[in-house]
Ligand binder design. Sequence first.
Ligand code: DQA
Length: 151
Amino acid sequence: MRLLVLHGPNLNLLGQREPGLYGCSTLAAIDASLARQAEGLGVELESFQSNHEGALVDRIQQAGDRSGQGAADGIVINAAAYTHTSVAIRDALLAVAIPYVEVHLSNVHARETFRHRSLLADRAVGVIGGFGATSYRLALDGLVSHLREVR
Ligand code: DQA
């Protein structure tokens, strides 16, 4: 099983960015922890971060090319601010039809109302938020369980 973790804009600044909201873990530390978790689960995992909507769309399209290097059976995605705005990322996820879990470090529903809307949530396998870096861990566990059940 090959899985992809996608991180959207400004998540490269984790560790220094609003630590009261997003915690003190860096993105590198989160990715390293996910890599260890993936090894334990017996799945392959690749992480990709971009501040650019088009780059995220390109990476999702690559994940959908089943014979290519970047193919994926499932996606964990924290689209960050693009969660609330990006029809392009939604369309890419639906085009490749790869099961995905939406993840957030913060509880977006306890924040500004513009963060309450997600353009990705209604087609996700599940949505997890509010647990800081642990949200990613829960999302990966949930996605692997889901994929193992449906296979
Ligand atoms: C976020 C929540 C988004 O609203 C915000 O734009 C982010 C991070 C989170 O992980 O809590 O950049 O996705």
